[in-house]
Design a protein around this ligand. Structure first.
Ligand code: PMP
Length: 304
């Protein structure tokens, strides 16, 4: 049987139900996280990646977007998450979804004084995009929500309508994923991933001021590039044209891991195959995330 954390306790998954009148369901008034648990068969262990960092971001999303503070301490949230993952007893890769949301059955907009709740569910989750062959993406006609439309840096349920539009457009046109531009027409990020570009051996990524989500995997990639490959990342604006002339491009994120991009808008990136630096960073990232790199053992939390 599967379990969820709901209204303060771990309950059978089927009991974790909300009303159709729930404020967050109707108005998108929730903040959430996506966390990965990687099953390491050789070690017989499940590793949760960067758990503390995810709850730190949830804490800041609460403050920035919901104008509230988490009802639980970071240590409590980590403990509950590990307990829930253990109880679900998975022996495969999983996704963990903590969500803090306006739970009141209430008609009417606003945030202050609206009751809220916290829940977590988990589900088996393999690869999100093709990490081996790489993916074909398009530049979306939808712009990334600006800091004038929603608080920058918060992971807000309602704001993901923007990402869903971009992803739907990409799939409709036969691509695997979308890149969204910012309101300044410069490159922001993917619908659910941050983006890196490699040109003449340099690693480049848009800065947080490009209205991107401050990705946790983004920081991991920068750390690995510097410590393992001696490559410092340049954070600067990237124009749409630079995408097409990049030597290598890749997405990174909790769901995506490190996913190579081999084609943008039908134009090949480099020779149209996975680039060597991307592959190295990908191998380094997955080794650390799966608990196979002693040097990065503090990135992961053991479940069993
Ligand atoms: N950008 C967006 C819009 C996302 O939804 C995500 C996934 N959370 C990311 C970037 C990557 O962030 P992280 O590495 O923390 O998963």
């Amino acid at each position: 049987m599967r379990y969820a954390f709901f209204k303060g306790k771990i309950v059978p998954f089927g009991e974790a139900k909300v009303s159709i009148m729930t404020h967050a369901l109707n108005y998108g008034t929730g903040v959430f996280e996506g966390v990965r648990g990687y099953w390491n068969a050789e070690k017989g262990q499940m590793y949760i990646v960067k758990l503390r960092e995810h709850y730190q971001r949830l804490e800041s999303s609460c403050k920035l977007a919901l104008k509230t503070t988490l009802k639980y301490s970071l240590a409590e949230l980590e403990k509950i998450t590990v307990e829930l993952a253990r109880k679900n007893d998975y022996r495969e890769d999983i996704y963990i979804r903590p969500i803090y949301y306006k739970s009141q059955e209430k008609i009417g907009l606003g945030l202050i004084g609206v009751e809220e709740d916290f829940s977590i569910f988990t589900a088996p989750f393999g690869t999100y995009l093709d990490i081996n062959k790489g993916i074909r993406v398009c530049v979306s006609s939808w712009w990334r929500i600006s800091e004038k439309s929603a608080p920058q840096g918060a992971k807000i349920t309602g704001a993901y309508f923007n990402s869903s539009l971009a992803k739907a457009e990409a799939l409709e046109k036969g691509f695997d994923e979308a890149i969204l531009l910012s309101h300044q027409r410069t490159v922001a990020e993917g619908s659910g991933e941050n983006l890196f570009l490699i040109k003449h051996g340099k690693l480049i990524t848009p800065p947080l001021s490009e209205t991107i989500l401050p990705g946790i995997t983004r920081v991991c990639v920068m750390e690995l590039a510097e410590k393992e490959l001696g490559l410092k990342t340049t954070e600067r604006q990237i124009s749409q044209d630079e995408l097409y002339s990049a030597d290598e491009l890749f997405f990174c994120g909790t769901a995506a891991g490190v996913t190579p991009i081999i084609d943008v808008d039908g134009k090949k990136i480099g020779p149209g195959t996975v680039g060597p630096l991307t592959r190295k960073l990908q191998d380094l990232y997955f080794a650390a995330a799966r608990g196979d790199s002693p040097k990065y053992a503090d990135w992961v939390t053991s479940v069993y």
